[in-house]
Design a protein around this ligand. Structure first.
Ligand code: EPZ
Length: 418
């Protein structure tokens, strides 16, 4: 099993380019089956989630070429409407394929994407939206079978601004007859990027980033070449690492407004942050003060995907921080591991009370999910002594070249297999 050995205490200095956003590349790959022409996506990060999505595309009949950091998808021979069950288990976001496969084949079959390390992850909002578009859905033996002789535009109101449900409905509506309006839609930057990608293919999608998305169905979509937006969660993770360790880093490729909520908190913690276009420069003494409260909410609020990493920062900020996780039921699994490093964290349900201590000390800790694993790494970077972070399979799902980029900033980190 792959493991990090980290010698903490090094300050971080240098510049990084953000990878293309994992949570944009995944729906874009799903959208590539909407045309039988070639789609080229540049800057595709080498992470497990992307590799699994490419495997799903291959299994439905697409031809995939990887040239350096580009992925070229030719779905002219795509034939299967069945998304392979073993890959759905590996990759929850394969559920995005429902909308695009339905548009392509008018049929789709997927095994129920179960919960994962951070919560139940229901898809009721996805299915309710598809039904509004005329999709007949049967759920049997752990499978979801969808059929739609016609996809007809409709008014849809989401009970919750779900990112995945918003994306799935857009993918099912882009070639539907008439107009679809999604109210209470998710506003994440990744939705705006999906809109831009689809419109570049000839679709007619408007309003992404606001609460209401309007999709006018078109007859045909053509192939394109496209560069996705930078990964705001990856960038936020490195900014938090530098805030914890002290030093000065510059991240390029992510517009500051895409992680404004994090930057606001880091300034309150005492970091100096300068921004220009899609450049973010953070300076930290490494001696931070705590903020009273951090609540995760849908965009533009504090992102749930940075909750774990930010909680690691709170462990050595002067004062007490109340963290409230409003999106997922079990997103504090990393807390017990931080306590092994000397953190003072008390978790009750969706709330964590974190009392800052002077320093964490190195320990042997185990990652149990993607962002929780990243939290253990940033905590270890700031800790005194050596830490071992076990089971990097989670981190490898979402961070390309993680140890390489951290080493470039001066961190003492190496990957070993034990
Ligand atoms: C996307 O997941 C992201 N994944 C997640 O990032 C991110 O945490 C999440 O959005 C919130 O921002 C991708 O984009 C691939 P949701 P998604 O639907 O679409 C409830 C990471 O670390 N809900 O917005 O699954 C759900 O239970 C990952 O990169 C329903 O109740 O998130 C949750 O409480 C983790 N019914 C809340 O909505 C539904 O049908 C937010 O889920 C769908 C969701």
């Amino acid at each position: 099993m792959d493991t990090y050995i980290i010698d903490g205490g090094e300050r971080l200095y240098g510049k990084l380019q953000a990878q293309s956003a994992k949570n944009t590349v995944l729906p874009l790959l799903a959208a590539s089956v909407l045309t039988d022409e070639q789609v080229k996506i540049r800057g595709v990060p080498t992470i497990t989630d992307v590799e699994n999505m490419l495997r799903i595309l291959t299994e439905v009949g697409c031809k995939i070429k990887r040239k350096s950091d580009c992925a070229v998808i030719d779905s002219s021979n795509a034939v299967s409407h069945e998304i392979p069950p073993r890959l759905t288990k590996e990759l929850r976001s394969s559920v995005f394929m429902l909308g695009s496969v339905l548009t392509r084949f008018r049929r789709a079959k997927i095994s129920y994407p179960g919960g994962c390390d951070i919560g139940l992850r229901p898809i009721d909002l996805h299915l309710a939206g598809l039904k509004r578009l005329g999709v007949k859905i049967t759920e049997e033996g752990g499978y979801i079978e969808c059929e739609a002789d016609r996809l007809v535009g409709a008014e849809i109101l989401l009970d919750f601004p779900s990112v995945g449900a918003t994306e799935n409905i857009i993918l099912a509506a882009v070639k539907a007859e008439g107009i679809t309006v999604i109210r209470n839609a998710a506003k994440e930057p990744e939705i705006v990027d999906l809109q831009n990608f689809l419109n570049a293919m000839g679709a007619n999608v408007r309003g992404a980033g606001g609460g209401t998305v309007v999709i006018e169905g078109v007859k045909r979509l053509h192939g394109i070449e496209y560069t996705p937006i930078g990964d705001r969660i990856e960038a936020g993770t490195y900014l938090i690492a530098a805030a914890i360790c002290g030093g000065e880093i510059e991240i390029n490729g992510v517009p500051p407004e895409n992680i404004a909520a994090l930057l606001h908190k880091l300034r309150e913690n005492g970091c100096k942050i300068h921004t220009k276009n899609d450049k973010i420069i953070l300076e930290s003494s490494g001696k931070l003060k705590s903020v009273d409260l951090v609540e995760t909410t849908p965009f533009p609020g504090f992102p749930t995907d940075l909750q774990a990493q930010y909680s690691a920062l709170c462990c050595t900020a002067r004062g007490t921080t109340l963290v409230v996780e409003n999106l997922f039921e079990t997103r504090y699994k990393y807390a017990g591991e931080l306590k092994r490093m000397g953190a003072d964290v008390t978790v009750r349900g969706r709330t964590a009370v974190i009392r800052g201590v002077e320093k964490l000390h190195g320990a042997r800790v185990t990652a149990s999910d993607l962002r929780g694993g990243a939290a253990l790494v940033v905590a270890a970077l700031g800790a005194e002594g050596q830490s071992t972070v076990i089971d990097l399979s989670h981190i490898d799902r979402g961070y390309a070249d993680f140890e390489y980029k951290l080493k470039k900033l001066g961190a003492k980190i190496r990957r070993v297999r034990i």
